[in-house]
Design a protein around this ligand. Structure first.
Ligand code: FE2
Length: 472
């Protein structure tokens, strides 16, 4: 044989060997540990019988990653995540964000997380064993964009999250900032709430933080529901710091979900031990943001008295220009029979006395916004405006409401998110549907302690259930 022919035979033999090798490799990928082949392609045999097992069960790769606002958001952010119990420790790597990947070869700080093994089983859900990791990333520069990732500290990329980008708060009190406020997500969170949080971010990606006014899920300890909440927000939860107050559905029989403290890191500056991370205060630039745990308020007289006394002291020493309170139960509800008079009688005098600007609430599964001073006058500009109260809903569970004197704008059967921008002399507020339609808007202007409220309600008719759901 001449040389050319020999080369051709060798090449053909090599191709044949490669084809055989590839075939063996593909067959191996489709064969499970028990040696049987099937078409499911799943590598989670032990969990296959559980619906949504990828949302419920952890793996070695971090999931449910969330950054939380801290009491010092210009210099510190919190991050929490979950892995399976094969992973017993966690770290955060953080660096100044750069235009390209060069931050990898610059200074990357490593922060060791506090890791705790945790298991829970809710009703008929499977037992879920996880390790929850929690870290405070401190000593950051204000108004600076960082990259961070979470993992187990080893080199294998499979044990790390992606690098997220996050920006710290400013220390310049005059600079405007924005946050998005959500009422109850609660039900069908993956199916029907996901588009709300995702489109809120799409509409306003420069948002500084997100605020959830309770009832994030429906059933206190349901791992599937919490998994759906994290799935719906996905990378947004890790990119935009969140703050949340608990609702009655985070409680059952007077007990807060056992997942609240492992999966979030919220300020521990409330009045008593049992209200840690549920009742707290955050100074964000020139706004004081206060979470009142209204289910805690309902459940125990001790928690009630402690919160009222604490709120008084926080408001009395308040030097911030703007003040917002978030609490799940509405101080003014949207329908007779849903009135929370005990909460109102306890905190309304303090809200009035100290001139709180905004009270952001949930629970009623409808939308209403107004202020008691309005008394149904329908004024467009209120020269001596008081506190503005808002009740909103972001999930799909809907109740009807009744027109009440305090309301300026009302709406039913509408999923909403609110973009609120706080500036030196004004607060602007817009309530949007998931498709970006403006449903309600107003502006508060404050000068020398005097407040003016300008209603900017769009021309669209009030949305009521009867207009688009057939009465049965
Ligand atoms: Fe609720």
């Amino acid at each position: 044989m001449d040389n050319k022919l020999i080369m051709k035979v060798v090449r053909n033999l090599l191709v044949l060997v490669m084809v055989i090798a590839l075939n063996i490799s593909l067959r191996a990928q489709h064969t499970h540990e028990n040696g049987e082949e099937d078409g499911s392609h799943s590598h989670y045999i032990q969990h296959d019988s559980t619906i949504s097992h990828k949302i419920i069960f952890p793996s070695k790769t971090p999931d449910r990653i969330i950054s939380n606002l801290t009491a010092d958001a210009a210099h510190t952010f919190a991050v929490n995540w979950r892995t399976d119990q094969d992973v017993s420790n966690g770290v955060v790597e953080v660096a100044l964000a750069t235009d390209g990947p060069e931050f990898l070869v610059r200074e990357v700080r490593i922060i060791t997380a506090v890791s705790q093994k945790f298991e829970n089983q809710n009703r008929n859900e499977p037992l879920v064993k996880a390790t929850y990791h929690s870290a405070l990333v401190k000593n950051l520069q204000p108004n600076t964009t960082y990259v961070y990732r979470v993992g187990n500290g080893q080199e294998d990329n499979g044990y790390w999250s992606e690098w997220f980008q996050i920006t710290t708060a400013r220390t310049d009190m005059k600079e405007p900032f924005s946050f998005i406020y959500f009422g109850d997500a609660q039900n069908n969170v993956k199916s029907l709430w996901s588009r709300v949080i995702r489109n809120s971010y799409r509409q306003f990606p420069q948002v500084d933080f997100m605020l959830h006014a309770g009832d994030l899920i429906n059933d206190r300890d349901a791992n599937l529901e919490w998994g759906e909440w994290f799935h719906a927000g996905s990378f947004i939860h890790a990119t935009v710091p969140s703050v949340m107050t608990p609702g009655n559905h985070e409680y059952r029989d007077g007990i807060l979900t056992s997942l609240w403290r492992p999966q979030f890191t919220l300020p521990e500056n409330g009045p008593i031990e049992e209200l840690k991370e549920t009742c707290f205060v955050i100074d964000y630039q020139d706004m004081k943001l206060i979470s009142i745990d209204s289910e805690g308020f309902d459940e125990s007289m001790e928690a009630r008295a402690a919160q009222v006394k604490w709120l008084d002291s926080v408001l009395r020493s308040n030097t911030k220009k703007w003040t917002a309170i978030t609490t799940h139960y509405p101080v003014y509800s949207t329908k007779a029979g849903r009135d929370n008079w005990e909460l109102r009688e306890a905190i309304k005098p303090l809200i009035d006395q100290y001139g709180v600007d905004l009270v952001l609430q949930g629970h009623d599964h409808t939308y209403a916004r107004g202020f008691p001073e309005n008394e149904g006058k329908g004024l467009t500009v209120i020269k001596d405006a008081g506190t503005v109260y808002a009740v909103s809903v972001s999930g799909p569970k809907m109740y009807e409401s009744e027109d009440q004197e305090w309301m300026v704008r009302r709406g039913e059967y509408t999923q909403l998110f609110q973009i609120i921008t706080v500036s030196e002399n004004s607060i602007t507020y817009g309530a949007y549907t998931p498709i970006g339609t403006l449903y309600d808007a107003f502006e508060i202007k404050k000068k020398k302690g005097k407040k003016k409220l300008i209603n900017k309600i769009p021309d669209s008719p009030m949305r009521l259930r009867k207009d688009f759901i057939d009465p049965k």
